[in-house]
Design a binder for this molecule. Sequence first.
Ligand code: TXE
Length: 511
Amino acid sequence: MTADAIRTGTSQSANGPRSYGYFIDGAWREPADVLERRAPGTGVVVSMVGAGGAADVDAAVLAARRAFDRGVWSQAPATERARILNRAADLIDANSTPLAALDAEEGGKPIRLSEGDIAGAASLTRYAAGLAVQMHGTTHTNNGADHTGLVLREPAGVAGLITPWNFPALILCQKLPFALAAGCTVVVKPSELTSSSTLEIARLYAEAGLPDGVLNVVTGDGRAGGALAEHHGVDVLSFTGSTATGRKILTASQGNLKKLSLELGGKAANIVFADADLEDAAEGVIFGAFFNNGECCVSQARLLVQDSIADAFVTELEARARRVRVGQPLDHATDVGAMIDPGHLESVLGHISQGRTQGAKVVAGGSRATGPALDEGLFVQPTILDGVGRDMSVFREEIFGPVLTVSRFCDAEEAIALANSVDYGLANSVWSKNVDTVLPMAKALKSGTVYVNTTIDAPPTLPFGGYKASGVGREMGQAGFEEFTELKSVSIRTGKRSGTFAFGGTHERTA
Ligand code: TXE
Protein backbone atom coordinates (compact mmCIF):
# COMPACT_ATOMS: atom_id res chain seq x y z
CA MET A 1 0.00 0.00 0.00
CA THR A 2 1.35 3.44 -0.85
CA ALA A 3 1.27 6.53 1.35
CA ASP A 4 -1.47 7.97 -0.85
CA ALA A 5 -3.50 4.81 -0.67
CA ILE A 6 -3.72 4.77 3.10
CA ARG A 7 -4.91 8.35 3.37
CA THR A 8 -8.45 8.47 4.62
CA GLY A 9 -10.85 11.10 5.83
CA THR A 10 -13.33 13.56 4.53
CA SER A 11 -11.44 15.05 1.61
CA GLN A 12 -8.04 14.99 0.00
CA SER A 13 -6.60 16.64 -3.05
CA ALA A 14 -4.02 14.78 -5.16
CA ASN A 15 -1.01 16.83 -4.11
CA GLY A 16 -2.41 18.85 -1.24
CA PRO A 17 -2.42 18.13 2.46
CA ARG A 18 -4.00 15.01 3.89
CA SER A 19 -7.37 15.73 5.46
CA TYR A 20 -8.98 13.65 8.16
CA GLY A 21 -12.22 13.50 10.07
CA TYR A 22 -12.85 11.95 13.48
CA PHE A 23 -13.15 8.18 13.69
CA ILE A 24 -16.20 7.47 15.85
CA ASP A 25 -18.28 4.29 16.06
CA GLY A 26 -16.59 2.81 13.01
CA ALA A 27 -17.24 5.79 10.70
CA TRP A 28 -15.45 8.98 9.64
CA ARG A 29 -17.16 12.18 10.81
CA GLU A 30 -16.56 15.58 9.28
CA PRO A 31 -15.18 18.12 11.78
CA ALA A 32 -16.65 21.61 12.14
CA ASP A 33 -13.19 23.20 12.51
CA VAL A 34 -9.74 22.06 11.40
CA LEU A 35 -6.12 22.47 12.46
CA GLU A 36 -3.33 22.70 9.87
CA ARG A 37 -0.03 20.94 10.38
CA ARG A 38 3.15 22.28 8.79
CA ALA A 39 6.05 19.82 8.37
CA PRO A 40 8.82 21.08 10.67
CA GLY A 41 11.47 20.10 8.11
CA THR A 42 10.05 22.23 5.30
CA GLY A 43 7.35 24.56 6.65
CA VAL A 44 4.82 23.12 4.14
CA VAL A 45 1.25 22.29 5.25
CA VAL A 46 0.98 18.49 5.07
CA SER A 47 -2.18 17.62 6.96
CA MET A 48 -5.43 18.97 8.31
CA VAL A 49 -7.26 17.36 11.20
CA GLY A 50 -10.39 18.16 13.17
CA ALA A 51 -10.12 20.65 16.02
CA GLY A 52 -12.28 18.59 18.35
CA GLY A 53 -14.14 19.96 21.33
CA ALA A 54 -16.22 18.64 24.20
CA ALA A 55 -19.15 17.58 21.96
CA ASP A 56 -16.89 15.46 19.71
CA VAL A 57 -15.23 13.86 22.73
CA ASP A 58 -18.66 13.18 24.20
CA ALA A 59 -19.81 11.42 21.01
CA ALA A 60 -16.66 9.27 21.02
CA VAL A 61 -16.97 8.35 24.70
CA LEU A 62 -20.66 7.44 24.27
CA ALA A 63 -19.75 5.20 21.30
CA ALA A 64 -17.04 3.52 23.38
CA ARG A 65 -19.43 3.10 26.32
CA ARG A 66 -22.14 1.55 24.14
CA ALA A 67 -19.60 -0.84 22.60
CA PHE A 68 -18.30 -1.79 26.04
CA ASP A 69 -21.79 -2.43 27.40
CA ARG A 70 -22.79 -4.47 24.34
CA GLY A 71 -19.97 -6.82 25.30
CA VAL A 72 -18.86 -7.25 21.67
CA TRP A 73 -15.28 -6.81 22.83
CA SER A 74 -15.24 -6.82 26.63
CA GLN A 75 -17.00 -10.22 26.72
CA ALA A 76 -15.39 -11.66 23.59
CA PRO A 77 -13.23 -14.77 24.08
CA ALA A 78 -9.64 -13.77 24.76
CA THR A 79 -8.47 -15.79 21.78
CA GLU A 80 -10.69 -13.64 19.54
CA ARG A 81 -9.21 -10.45 21.00
CA ALA A 82 -5.73 -11.87 20.44
CA ARG A 83 -6.58 -12.85 16.86
CA ILE A 84 -7.65 -9.32 15.97
CA LEU A 85 -4.65 -7.75 17.72
CA ASN A 86 -2.30 -10.06 15.82
CA ARG A 87 -4.08 -9.20 12.57
CA ALA A 88 -3.68 -5.47 13.39
CA ALA A 89 0.04 -6.05 14.06
CA ASP A 90 0.39 -7.71 10.65
CA LEU A 91 -1.35 -4.76 8.99
CA ILE A 92 0.89 -2.27 10.82
CA ASP A 93 3.90 -4.19 9.54
CA ALA A 94 2.48 -4.36 6.02
CA ASN A 95 1.99 -0.56 6.05
CA SER A 96 5.23 0.28 7.81
CA THR A 97 6.69 2.39 4.99
CA PRO A 98 3.83 4.90 4.68
CA LEU A 99 3.18 4.94 8.44
CA ALA A 100 6.84 5.73 9.16
CA ALA A 101 6.78 8.50 6.56
CA LEU A 102 3.78 10.14 8.25
CA ASP A 103 5.50 10.32 11.65
CA ALA A 104 8.78 11.55 10.17
CA GLU A 105 7.10 14.20 8.06
CA GLU A 106 4.76 15.56 10.76
CA GLY A 107 7.04 14.99 13.74
CA GLY A 108 10.37 16.04 12.20
CA LYS A 109 11.98 12.81 13.43
CA PRO A 110 14.53 10.94 11.30
CA ILE A 111 12.84 8.38 9.06
CA ARG A 112 15.17 5.59 10.23
CA LEU A 113 13.90 6.05 13.78
CA SER A 114 10.35 6.30 12.56
CA GLU A 115 10.73 2.96 10.80
CA GLY A 116 12.00 1.51 14.09
CA ASP A 117 8.95 2.99 15.85
CA ILE A 118 6.54 1.24 13.49
CA ALA A 119 8.35 -2.09 13.90
CA GLY A 120 8.15 -1.50 17.67
CA ALA A 121 4.45 -0.65 17.41
CA ALA A 122 3.74 -3.98 15.68
CA SER A 123 5.84 -5.87 18.19
CA LEU A 124 4.05 -4.25 21.17
CA THR A 125 0.72 -5.19 19.59
CA ARG A 126 1.78 -8.84 19.29
CA TYR A 127 3.05 -8.86 22.87
CA ALA A 128 -0.29 -7.44 24.06
CA ALA A 129 -2.14 -10.13 22.09
CA GLY A 130 -0.27 -12.68 24.19
CA LEU A 131 -1.36 -10.93 27.39
CA ALA A 132 -5.01 -11.09 26.31
CA VAL A 133 -5.03 -14.88 26.39
CA GLN A 134 -3.20 -15.00 29.69
CA MET A 135 -5.59 -12.64 31.49
CA HIS A 136 -6.86 -14.45 34.54
CA GLY A 137 -7.67 -14.05 38.20
CA THR A 138 -6.87 -16.26 41.17
CA THR A 139 -8.73 -18.77 43.36
CA HIS A 140 -8.35 -18.93 47.16
CA THR A 141 -9.41 -22.05 49.03
CA ASN A 142 -7.35 -21.65 52.21
CA ASN A 143 -9.89 -19.68 54.24
CA GLY A 144 -11.88 -22.59 55.66
CA ALA A 145 -13.46 -25.63 54.02
CA ASP A 146 -16.74 -23.80 53.35
CA HIS A 147 -15.17 -20.74 51.75
CA THR A 148 -13.99 -20.09 48.22
CA GLY A 149 -12.53 -16.77 47.19
CA LEU A 150 -12.30 -15.71 43.56
CA VAL A 151 -10.31 -12.72 42.43
CA LEU A 152 -11.62 -11.79 38.99
CA ARG A 153 -9.56 -9.60 36.69
CA GLU A 154 -11.94 -7.54 34.57
CA PRO A 155 -11.54 -4.84 31.90
CA ALA A 156 -11.57 -1.39 33.54
CA GLY A 157 -14.18 -0.06 31.07
CA VAL A 158 -13.74 2.88 28.70
CA ALA A 159 -10.09 3.92 28.39
CA GLY A 160 -9.04 7.43 27.35
CA LEU A 161 -5.57 7.65 25.78
CA ILE A 162 -3.86 11.02 25.29
CA THR A 163 -0.61 10.80 23.34
CA PRO A 164 2.25 13.20 22.50
CA TRP A 165 4.05 14.09 19.27
CA ASN A 166 7.52 12.63 19.77
CA PHE A 167 6.65 8.95 19.13
CA PRO A 168 3.14 9.16 17.70
CA ALA A 169 2.65 5.54 16.62
CA LEU A 170 4.98 3.94 19.16
CA ILE A 171 3.52 5.58 22.27
CA LEU A 172 0.02 4.91 20.93
CA CYS A 173 0.98 1.23 20.83
CA GLN A 174 2.44 1.34 24.34
CA LYS A 175 -1.16 1.95 25.40
CA LEU A 176 -3.77 0.95 22.80
CA PRO A 177 -3.18 -2.80 22.33
CA PHE A 178 -2.79 -3.23 26.10
CA ALA A 179 -6.16 -1.54 26.72
CA LEU A 180 -7.77 -3.62 23.95
CA ALA A 181 -6.16 -6.84 25.18
CA ALA A 182 -7.74 -6.24 28.57
CA GLY A 183 -11.19 -5.86 26.94
CA CYS A 184 -11.49 -2.08 27.31
CA THR A 185 -13.03 0.10 24.64
CA VAL A 186 -11.01 3.18 23.78
CA VAL A 187 -11.06 6.87 22.86
CA VAL A 188 -7.70 8.21 21.64
CA LYS A 189 -6.74 11.89 21.51
CA PRO A 190 -3.43 12.10 19.63
CA SER A 191 -1.22 15.18 19.62
CA GLU A 192 -2.61 17.88 17.33
CA LEU A 193 0.88 18.04 15.76
CA THR A 194 1.12 14.39 14.67
CA SER A 195 -2.35 12.86 14.32
CA SER A 196 -2.11 11.11 10.94
CA SER A 197 -0.47 7.82 11.94
CA THR A 198 -2.98 7.33 14.78
CA LEU A 199 -5.90 7.81 12.38
CA GLU A 200 -4.33 5.40 9.90
CA ILE A 201 -3.75 2.82 12.63
CA ALA A 202 -7.42 3.16 13.64
CA ARG A 203 -8.32 2.38 10.04
CA LEU A 204 -6.05 -0.68 10.08
CA TYR A 205 -7.76 -1.94 13.26
CA ALA A 206 -11.13 -1.62 11.50
CA GLU A 207 -9.69 -3.61 8.59
CA ALA A 208 -8.45 -6.20 11.10
CA GLY A 209 -12.07 -6.72 12.23
CA LEU A 210 -12.27 -4.67 15.43
CA PRO A 211 -16.01 -4.12 16.06
CA ASP A 212 -17.41 -0.59 15.58
CA GLY A 213 -17.15 1.70 18.59
CA VAL A 214 -14.33 -0.26 20.27
CA LEU A 215 -11.71 2.23 19.03
CA ASN A 216 -12.54 5.89 18.48
CA VAL A 217 -10.21 8.78 17.64
CA VAL A 218 -10.93 12.46 18.26
CA THR A 219 -8.24 14.89 17.15
CA GLY A 220 -7.64 18.38 18.50
CA ASP A 221 -5.52 20.29 20.96
CA GLY A 222 -5.55 20.51 24.75
CA ARG A 223 -9.26 21.37 24.78
CA ALA A 224 -10.12 17.93 23.40
CA GLY A 225 -7.60 16.34 25.79
CA GLY A 226 -9.08 18.27 28.72
CA ALA A 227 -12.62 17.18 27.78
CA LEU A 228 -11.48 13.55 27.71
CA ALA A 229 -9.70 13.87 31.06
CA GLU A 230 -12.84 15.39 32.61
CA HIS A 231 -15.39 13.05 31.06
CA HIS A 232 -17.28 10.95 33.60
CA GLY A 233 -17.79 8.21 31.03
CA VAL A 234 -14.05 7.45 30.99
CA ASP A 235 -12.96 4.88 33.58
CA VAL A 236 -9.21 4.85 33.05
CA LEU A 237 -6.99 7.48 31.48
CA SER A 238 -3.47 6.97 30.20
CA PHE A 239 -1.46 10.05 29.28
CA THR A 240 2.05 10.71 27.99
CA GLY A 241 3.27 14.29 27.82
CA SER A 242 4.64 17.12 29.90
CA THR A 243 4.60 17.20 33.68
CA ALA A 244 2.68 20.51 33.55
CA THR A 245 -0.13 18.97 31.48
CA GLY A 246 -0.01 15.82 33.64
CA ARG A 247 -0.81 17.98 36.67
CA LYS A 248 -3.79 19.52 34.83
CA ILE A 249 -5.04 16.06 33.92
CA LEU A 250 -4.77 14.96 37.53
CA THR A 251 -7.07 17.82 38.50
CA ALA A 252 -9.45 17.39 35.56
CA SER A 253 -9.90 13.70 36.20
CA GLN A 254 -10.97 14.11 39.83
CA GLY A 255 -14.71 14.34 39.06
CA ASN A 256 -15.23 10.60 38.72
CA LEU A 257 -11.91 9.55 40.31
CA LYS A 258 -10.86 7.71 37.17
CA LYS A 259 -7.82 5.44 37.26
CA LEU A 260 -4.78 7.34 35.99
CA SER A 261 -1.48 6.47 34.41
CA LEU A 262 0.76 9.47 33.68
CA GLU A 263 4.07 9.12 31.85
CA LEU A 264 5.67 12.56 32.12
CA GLY A 265 8.96 14.34 31.59
CA GLY A 266 12.49 13.24 32.37
CA LYS A 267 16.06 14.40 32.83
CA ALA A 268 17.98 11.17 32.58
CA ALA A 269 21.70 10.79 33.26
CA ASN A 270 24.25 8.63 31.52
CA ILE A 271 26.70 7.83 34.34
CA VAL A 272 30.10 6.75 33.05
CA PHE A 273 32.70 5.23 35.41
CA ALA A 274 36.39 4.98 34.58
CA ASP A 275 36.18 1.17 34.39
CA ALA A 276 33.49 1.18 31.69
CA ASP A 277 34.05 -0.01 28.12
CA LEU A 278 34.65 3.59 27.02
CA GLU A 279 34.09 2.87 23.32
CA ASP A 280 30.63 1.48 24.06
CA ALA A 281 29.94 4.24 26.55
CA ALA A 282 30.87 7.03 24.11
CA GLU A 283 28.60 5.54 21.47
CA GLY A 284 25.80 5.15 24.03
CA VAL A 285 26.17 8.72 25.31
CA ILE A 286 25.94 10.22 21.82
CA PHE A 287 23.01 7.99 20.90
CA GLY A 288 21.22 8.62 24.21
CA ALA A 289 21.53 12.39 23.94
CA PHE A 290 20.68 12.88 20.26
CA PHE A 291 18.28 9.98 19.67
CA ASN A 292 14.97 11.26 18.27
CA ASN A 293 16.40 14.82 18.10
CA GLY A 294 16.68 14.71 21.92
CA GLU A 295 12.88 15.01 21.93
CA CYS A 296 12.45 11.98 24.07
CA CYS A 297 11.33 11.55 27.67
CA VAL A 298 14.20 9.11 28.35
CA SER A 299 16.70 11.24 26.45
CA GLN A 300 20.02 10.86 28.27
CA ALA A 301 20.43 14.60 28.40
CA ARG A 302 22.97 14.67 31.23
CA LEU A 303 26.39 13.03 31.17
CA LEU A 304 27.93 12.39 34.58
CA VAL A 305 31.50 11.25 34.01
CA GLN A 306 34.19 10.21 36.49
CA ASP A 307 36.89 12.84 36.96
CA SER A 308 39.83 10.64 36.01
CA ILE A 309 38.61 10.04 32.43
CA ALA A 310 36.47 13.14 31.91
CA ASP A 311 38.69 15.31 29.70
CA ALA A 312 39.63 12.55 27.26
CA PHE A 313 36.05 11.27 27.17
CA VAL A 314 34.63 14.72 26.36
CA THR A 315 37.20 15.16 23.58
CA GLU A 316 35.99 11.87 22.08
CA LEU A 317 32.36 13.03 22.34
CA GLU A 318 33.16 16.32 20.57
CA ALA A 319 34.54 14.36 17.62
CA ARG A 320 31.55 12.05 17.54
CA ALA A 321 29.05 14.94 17.82
CA ARG A 322 30.58 16.50 14.70
CA ARG A 323 29.78 13.30 12.78
CA VAL A 324 26.07 13.36 13.73
CA ARG A 325 24.20 14.33 10.57
CA VAL A 326 21.49 16.97 10.85
CA GLY A 327 19.12 16.77 7.91
CA GLN A 328 15.68 16.47 6.45
CA PRO A 329 13.53 13.99 8.41
CA LEU A 330 12.64 11.94 5.32
CA ASP A 331 16.30 11.48 4.30
CA HIS A 332 17.66 8.08 5.35
CA ALA A 333 21.09 9.61 5.99
CA THR A 334 19.70 11.91 8.72
CA ASP A 335 20.56 11.30 12.39
CA VAL A 336 18.93 14.43 13.85
CA GLY A 337 15.87 15.97 12.20
CA ALA A 338 13.78 19.07 12.88
CA MET A 339 12.37 20.42 16.15
CA ILE A 340 8.63 19.92 16.46
CA ASP A 341 7.50 23.55 16.05
CA PRO A 342 8.85 27.12 16.01
CA GLY A 343 8.04 27.72 19.69
CA HIS A 344 9.95 24.60 20.70
CA LEU A 345 12.93 25.59 18.52
CA GLU A 346 13.08 28.92 20.36
CA SER A 347 12.79 27.15 23.71
CA VAL A 348 15.72 24.79 22.93
CA LEU A 349 17.92 27.67 21.70
CA GLY A 350 16.89 29.67 24.78
CA HIS A 351 18.06 26.86 27.09
CA ILE A 352 21.45 26.75 25.30
CA SER A 353 21.87 30.47 25.65
CA GLN A 354 20.88 30.35 29.33
CA GLY A 355 23.46 27.59 29.90
CA ARG A 356 26.13 29.81 28.35
CA THR A 357 25.10 32.74 30.52
CA GLN A 358 25.30 30.56 33.61
CA GLY A 359 28.89 29.54 32.79
CA ALA A 360 28.64 26.36 30.72
CA LYS A 361 31.20 25.96 27.92
CA VAL A 362 29.91 25.04 24.46
CA VAL A 363 32.19 22.30 23.14
CA ALA A 364 30.01 21.27 20.18
CA GLY A 365 27.13 22.91 18.30
CA GLY A 366 25.38 25.66 20.23
CA SER A 367 23.16 27.22 17.55
CA ARG A 368 20.52 26.72 14.93
CA ALA A 369 21.64 24.41 12.09
CA THR A 370 21.52 26.12 8.72
CA GLY A 371 22.35 25.30 5.10
CA PRO A 372 20.55 24.95 1.77
CA ALA A 373 18.58 21.86 2.82
CA LEU A 374 17.80 23.21 6.27
CA ASP A 375 16.87 26.87 5.98
CA GLU A 376 13.10 26.35 5.71
CA GLY A 377 13.06 24.01 8.70
CA LEU A 378 13.56 24.04 12.46
CA PHE A 379 17.00 22.49 12.99
CA VAL A 380 19.43 22.67 15.94
CA GLN A 381 23.07 21.58 15.91
CA PRO A 382 23.89 18.65 18.20
CA THR A 383 25.19 20.54 21.20
CA ILE A 384 27.45 19.64 24.13
CA LEU A 385 27.71 21.94 27.14
CA ASP A 386 30.64 21.18 29.45
CA GLY A 387 31.27 22.39 33.00
CA VAL A 388 27.61 22.18 33.99
CA GLY A 389 26.87 22.53 37.70
CA ARG A 390 23.90 20.98 39.51
CA ASP A 391 22.25 24.37 40.11
CA MET A 392 22.20 25.40 36.45
CA SER A 393 18.83 25.31 34.69
CA VAL A 394 20.28 23.19 31.84
CA PHE A 395 21.13 20.52 34.40
CA ARG A 396 17.69 20.51 36.03
CA GLU A 397 15.10 21.34 33.36
CA GLU A 398 13.87 19.19 30.51
CA ILE A 399 15.24 20.82 27.32
CA PHE A 400 13.84 18.20 24.92
CA GLY A 401 16.32 18.94 22.15
CA PRO A 402 19.74 17.73 20.95
CA VAL A 403 21.60 19.15 23.95
CA LEU A 404 23.92 17.17 26.21
CA THR A 405 25.24 18.61 29.47
CA VAL A 406 28.48 17.33 31.03
CA SER A 407 29.19 17.23 34.77
CA ARG A 408 31.98 15.44 36.63
CA PHE A 409 31.92 13.22 39.75
CA CYS A 410 34.63 11.62 41.87
CA ASP A 411 32.90 8.49 43.25
CA ALA A 412 29.64 6.52 43.19
CA GLU A 413 28.22 8.43 46.13
CA GLU A 414 28.62 11.75 44.34
CA ALA A 415 27.24 10.27 41.09
CA ILE A 416 24.09 9.09 42.89
CA ALA A 417 23.62 12.46 44.58
CA LEU A 418 23.96 14.29 41.25
CA ALA A 419 21.71 11.90 39.32
CA ASN A 420 18.97 12.00 41.96
CA SER A 421 19.12 15.77 42.54
CA VAL A 422 16.58 16.65 39.83
CA ASP A 423 12.79 16.58 40.14
CA TYR A 424 12.41 13.89 37.47
CA GLY A 425 12.98 10.15 37.80
CA LEU A 426 12.25 8.35 34.55
CA ALA A 427 15.47 6.61 33.49
CA ASN A 428 19.23 6.61 34.01
CA SER A 429 22.11 4.62 32.51
CA VAL A 430 25.16 3.26 34.31
CA TRP A 431 28.35 2.31 32.48
CA SER A 432 30.88 0.17 34.38
CA LYS A 433 32.19 -3.38 34.05
CA ASN A 434 32.24 -3.81 37.85
CA VAL A 435 29.18 -5.52 39.29
CA ASP A 436 30.02 -4.05 42.70
CA THR A 437 29.49 -0.64 41.11
CA VAL A 438 26.50 -1.21 38.84
CA LEU A 439 24.23 -3.16 41.16
CA PRO A 440 24.33 -0.72 44.11
CA MET A 441 23.94 2.13 41.59
CA ALA A 442 20.87 0.46 40.04
CA LYS A 443 19.34 0.16 43.50
CA ALA A 444 20.17 3.72 44.57
CA LEU A 445 18.96 5.58 41.47
CA LYS A 446 15.48 7.07 41.88
CA SER A 447 14.10 6.28 38.45
CA GLY A 448 11.60 3.84 36.97
CA THR A 449 14.24 2.39 34.64
CA VAL A 450 18.00 1.87 34.98
CA TYR A 451 19.95 0.78 31.90
CA VAL A 452 23.27 -0.97 32.59
CA ASN A 453 25.94 -0.82 29.86
CA THR A 454 23.21 0.10 27.40
CA THR A 455 20.77 2.97 26.92
CA ILE A 456 17.20 3.60 25.70
CA ASP A 457 16.68 -0.11 25.34
CA ALA A 458 13.15 -1.08 26.36
CA PRO A 459 11.69 -4.44 25.37
CA PRO A 460 7.88 -4.71 25.71
CA THR A 461 8.21 -7.11 28.64
CA LEU A 462 9.67 -4.46 30.98
CA PRO A 463 7.28 -2.05 32.70
CA PHE A 464 8.01 1.60 31.92
CA GLY A 465 7.18 4.65 34.03
CA GLY A 466 8.51 7.20 36.43
CA TYR A 467 9.40 8.07 39.99
CA LYS A 468 8.81 11.61 41.32
CA ALA A 469 7.70 14.24 38.75
CA SER A 470 8.08 11.70 35.93
CA GLY A 471 4.66 10.28 36.66
CA VAL A 472 2.49 7.57 38.14
CA GLY A 473 1.61 4.12 36.86
CA ARG A 474 3.39 1.93 34.34
CA GLU A 475 3.15 1.10 30.66
CA MET A 476 4.11 -2.14 28.92
CA GLY A 477 4.88 -5.44 30.61
CA GLN A 478 2.31 -7.20 32.80
CA ALA A 479 2.11 -4.08 35.00
CA GLY A 480 1.19 -1.89 32.02
CA PHE A 481 -1.55 -4.33 31.03
CA GLU A 482 -2.96 -4.37 34.55
CA GLU A 483 -3.44 -0.56 34.46
CA PHE A 484 -6.40 -1.31 32.15
CA THR A 485 -8.00 -3.86 34.47
CA GLU A 486 -9.91 -3.91 37.75
CA LEU A 487 -9.83 -6.63 40.37
CA LYS A 488 -13.07 -7.94 41.81
CA SER A 489 -13.05 -10.19 44.88
CA VAL A 490 -15.88 -12.71 45.10
CA SER A 491 -16.31 -14.26 48.56
CA ILE A 492 -18.38 -17.47 48.52
CA ARG A 493 -19.63 -19.46 51.51
CA THR A 494 -21.13 -22.88 50.95
CA GLY A 495 -23.30 -24.94 53.33
CA LYS A 496 -25.72 -23.79 56.04
CA ARG A 497 -25.46 -20.10 56.99
CA SER A 498 -27.34 -19.89 60.34
CA GLY A 499 -25.47 -18.55 63.36
CA THR A 500 -22.46 -17.41 61.45
CA PHE A 501 -22.97 -13.60 61.25
CA ALA A 502 -21.95 -11.12 63.96
CA PHE A 503 -25.54 -10.29 65.02
CA GLY A 504 -26.87 -13.12 67.20
CA GLY A 505 -24.18 -15.54 66.13
CA THR A 506 -20.47 -16.00 66.57
CA HIS A 507 -17.91 -13.46 65.37
CA GLU A 508 -15.45 -16.08 64.25
CA ARG A 509 -16.03 -15.84 60.54
CA THR A 510 -15.77 -12.06 60.30
CA ALA A 511 -13.10 -11.41 62.94
O1 TXE B 1 3.16 18.60 25.64
P1 TXE B 1 1.73 18.41 26.27
P2 TXE B 1 3.67 19.62 24.54
C1 TXE B 1 7.45 17.63 27.26
C2 TXE B 1 8.65 18.27 26.57
C3 TXE B 1 8.01 19.31 25.71
C4 TXE B 1 6.89 19.77 26.59
C5 TXE B 1 5.73 20.43 25.92
O2 TXE B 1 9.47 18.88 27.53
O3 TXE B 1 8.88 20.35 25.42
O4 TXE B 1 6.43 18.59 27.19
O5 TXE B 1 5.24 19.62 24.86
C6 TXE B 1 -2.50 17.11 25.16
N1 TXE B 1 -5.59 18.28 29.07
N2 TXE B 1 6.98 16.43 26.60
O6 TXE B 1 3.13 20.99 24.75
O7 TXE B 1 1.01 19.71 26.40
C7 TXE B 1 -1.87 17.56 23.86
O8 TXE B 1 -2.88 17.95 22.94
C8 TXE B 1 -5.44 17.12 28.39
C9 TXE B 1 7.35 15.19 27.22
O9 TXE B 1 3.40 19.02 23.22
O10 TXE B 1 1.91 17.61 27.50
C10 TXE B 1 -1.10 16.31 23.48
O11 TXE B 1 -1.99 15.34 22.93
N3 TXE B 1 -4.59 16.97 27.37
C11 TXE B 1 6.71 14.04 26.61
C12 TXE B 1 -0.60 15.79 24.82
O12 TXE B 1 -1.47 16.37 25.79
C13 TXE B 1 -3.84 18.03 27.02
C14 TXE B 1 6.22 14.07 25.24
C15 TXE B 1 0.85 16.16 25.16
O13 TXE B 1 0.97 17.56 25.15
C16 TXE B 1 -3.96 19.27 27.68
C17 TXE B 1 5.86 15.38 24.77
C18 TXE B 1 -4.88 19.37 28.75
N4 TXE B 1 -5.03 20.49 29.46
C19 TXE B 1 6.27 16.50 25.45
N5 TXE B 1 -3.08 20.14 27.12
C20 TXE B 1 7.13 12.68 27.04
N6 TXE B 1 6.85 12.31 28.30
O14 TXE B 1 7.68 11.94 26.23
C21 TXE B 1 -2.44 19.48 26.13
N7 TXE B 1 -2.90 18.19 26.06
